[in-house]
Write a protein that binds this ligand. Sequence first.
Ligand SMILES: [Zn+2]
Length: 557
Amino acid sequence: MRLKSLKHLSFLLSASALAGAINFANAQTTLISDIQGYSVNEDHEMLQFRALQFTDGKVDRVYSAGEALPEDPEMIRIDGNGRTLLPGLVDAHGHVLSYGLSLLRVDLTGTESEEEAVARIREFREQNGNLEWIQGRGWNQVLWTSNEFPSASSLDEFFGDTPVWLSRVDGHAGWANSAAMDLAGVNAATLDPDGGQIIRDAEGRPTGTFVDNAMDLITANIPRLSVEEQAFALRRSMESLAAQGLTSVHDAGISSSTLQAYQLLLEEGPLPIRVNAMLGAGDPQLAELLAAGHIASEDGTFTVNSIKISADGALGSRGAALIEDYSDLPGHRGLLLLEPERLHEVMKMAMEANFQVNIHAIGDNANKIVLDNFSVLIPQTGTRDLRHRIEHAQILRYEDILRFSELGVIPSMQATHATSDKNMAQDRIGEIRIQGAYAWRKLIDAGAIIANGSDFPVESPNPFYGLHAAITRQDHDNMPEGGWFPEEKMTPTEAFASFTLDAAYAGHQEDELGTLTPGKAADFILVDQDIFAESPTEIWRATVSETWVNGAQVSSN
Ligand SMILES: [Zn+2]
């Protein structure tokens, strides 16, 4: 905004007047004192300070205890009132549009039965009037008393001709009513598509749950969101993320129309928080988008320099591709979402276009195949410096854990997945393979740099939930005692770095973000609890009172 208005002024003002205008517009210095400040430094050591000084959008310096503060009367002075100040937290893997839509759709997270989910949908419809489609997300049959996939029949009774579509919490399965299945022409004769499964009854009739690529059968009939509707949801999402303490997020796979929605918002000014978006490899315009090159908005809030590919599904819906059978479903090894040749081809095409390649891989087979491809393609394309990533890197063979640092590949992991999955994961993969699952400590000890995140809206975007899970490997009831596979915990400093400097590194932004080093962006948050002074079990309770991006306050609670 500031740059834009200066450009505009230059048409109107003489050179000398312009110089005055620049001086006036620039050089506003702010000092925030009486704070408990924490940041890692560039060497990943914890640094403490009691005041932060910044000019316009950039950090000048921090002041440690005992250092005299400047007296300059021109400075804006803010009393931190003893609050904790941290660099803005970075989530390296979330879905900004889906999260925004989740704020605008029925939320089924936390339901304990299919009946409770249906009751919530009925309540949502009462509040939202006549909808062409009823949509929602967040159910998880593993947490239901039935522990079974839901059925169309439980919806049919209440929603009649109105199609209903509800995504599972991980986005890798969906639940439809009969109206939605009729629109799609799905019946007992419909074959399972490649990389997808239609859940059926004993007679082969679809029961209402669609896994991975089979979801497209239903979703193809949902009217597309306009670019304006997407922009509305994106803004709503970013405002909520800012309020929770995130100043930067990596949007894990956007379509070309979502890219247009971001560009529409940028015409009005900077985004509320920074977004580093990965281009979804499934977009029909991928080749054109790659050819157009990297994107970086002038105000620094929006960048594109990576693509996102999905190699397999998720563990909860048994879509994650495993080398051996699922421990709780003999004969089943999950699904690879792309033909091996196609995976190789897309990776190569993106690398040759100088794009970072970020691949969703959860099962040990998907991770192995992706690492095999990286080990061929990284030397071939000379793109080690692009810091390619594996998103989730959830279940790894021992030998594959070592390959991340060897190849310079970043495991982009989500700490709360471990604490949410803990009851289910061991059922799915058994006690041997679990040793290489959510294996943060083994990866760090092998030299990998972990970027942390949440995978919102799969998990809450609240970064303090992530810090808490990373440090304790416990849920909010402090269970299990001592932590789930506690040998994989991160130290507080490692966890903090994974949500700041290392997440910024994964986005090629460590020179601008992630610490409060002089010259870096003044992106920071004020928090009501001193998370490093209190017991780690309390970290998830922290609340953010102010969020600042580029030296401007974007949120106050
Ligand atoms: Zn994701």
